[in-house]
Design a protein around this ligand. Structure first.
Ligand SMILES: NC(=O)c1ccc[n+]([C@@H]2O[C@H](COP(=O)([O-])OP(=O)(O)OC[C@H]3O[C@@H](n4cnc5c(N)ncnc54)[C@H](O)[C@@H]3O)[C@@H](O)[C@H]2O)c1
Length: 272
């Protein structure tokens, strides 16, 4: 029987593939038989790969490239093509956000929000996806096949609810406002996705967006989690492994007629 969810032997680029979610995506795709090329800002040698991904190290290679550096992306992709051929799938996963424990400036009221934080986040989350898609997507289009998966967020669909963060000012006596840049960058991915879906529609390259909700991590304050979960119909955050399935679905032929979509995986957060 043909497994329509198979990714066996597909060459899959995961940008930021050593991060929290990227590690999960890389590992689960490699376990399913894909050849996973991680694009990372820092070098990561064979021993480190073997330590981080013990059972699937042979299926994982790390190429050094920042998603904001087109020349580095081109060099990494040339090396990858020489090693494994033109990628079948690109997961635009690398992303940054303002840090909840960062400086007061980073979490300042909108009126005072410094442009440099805006630039940094837009550069990585939006320009980075544009450049990586340009470099790798164009090779896919020439090859006549490919799937681009953009990693978005619920905050690309709805604005962050500032009342979730109100406890911070009460606790610390300093204003805390969830900044605009992450939400604006992820929202822009909606139409970048539609643009590429239509642009390469007849070239066999599909482009879809996944809008993820929050993942369970130890780093959030209890006050935040309690207020956040009140707004999630399933009353829980995602387990770290719960996004692997949708990535595999969009990487495989099971999604062969899907392009330009926004797949929402958020425990219902945006349903009310
Ligand atoms: N964690 C969540 O709850 C959540 C929710 C919704 C969406 N997301 C999105 O999922 C993606 C992964 O998030 P995460 O939680 O794993 O974050 P993370 O910080 O653990 O991982 C992000 C990775 O991207 C890398 N990166 C950053 N800038 C880069 C650049 N210029 N070039 C190459 N790599 C770069 C980082 O080094 C890191 O390895 C992001 O796009 C994020 O916005 C996460």
């Amino acid at each position: 029987m043909v497994d329509i969810f198979s990714v066996k032997n597909k060459v899959i680029v995961v940008t930021g593939g050593l991060g929290q979610l990227g590690t999960q995506f890389s590992q689960s795709l490699a376990q399913a038989g894909a050849k996973v090329a991680i694009y990372s800002r820092r070098p990561f040698d064979r021993n480190q790969i073997a330590e981080k991904f013990p059972d699937v190290a042979d299926n994982i290679r790390v190429y050094v490239a920042s998603v904001t550096d087109k020349e580095a992306l081109q060099k990494a992709t040339d090396l990858l093509v020489a090693d494994w051929g033109v990628p079948d799938v690109l997961v635009n996963n690398a992303g940054i956000d303002s840090k909840p424990d960062g400086s007061a400036e980073q979490n300042a009221p909108f009126e005072d929000y410094p442009q440099r934080y805006w630039d940094e986040i837009i550069d990585t989350n939006l320009t980075g996806v544009m450049l990586t898609s340009q470099v790798i997507g164009s090779k896919m289009a020439k090859a006549g096949r490919g799937s681009i998966i953009n990693v978005g967020s619920i905050y690309g669909m709805v604005s962050p609810n500032q009342s979730l963060y109100a406890y911070r000012e009460e606790r610390d006596g300093v204003p805390f406002v969830k900044a605009i840049s992450y939400a604006a960058s992820k929202s822009a991915l909606l139409n970048l996705t539609r643009y590429l879906a239509t642009y390469w529609g007849t070239k066999g390259v599909r482009t879809n967006l996944i809008s993820f909700g929050g993942v369970k991590t130890a780093s959030f304050d209890k006050e935040f989690i309690d207020a956040f979960l009140d707004r999630v119909p399933m009353r829980r955050q995602a387990e770290i492994t719960e996004y692997n399935g949708v990535i595999r679905f969009l990487a495989s032929d099971a999604s062969s007629y899907m392009t330009g979509s926004n797949v929402v995986v958020d425990g219902g957060f945006t349903a009310w």
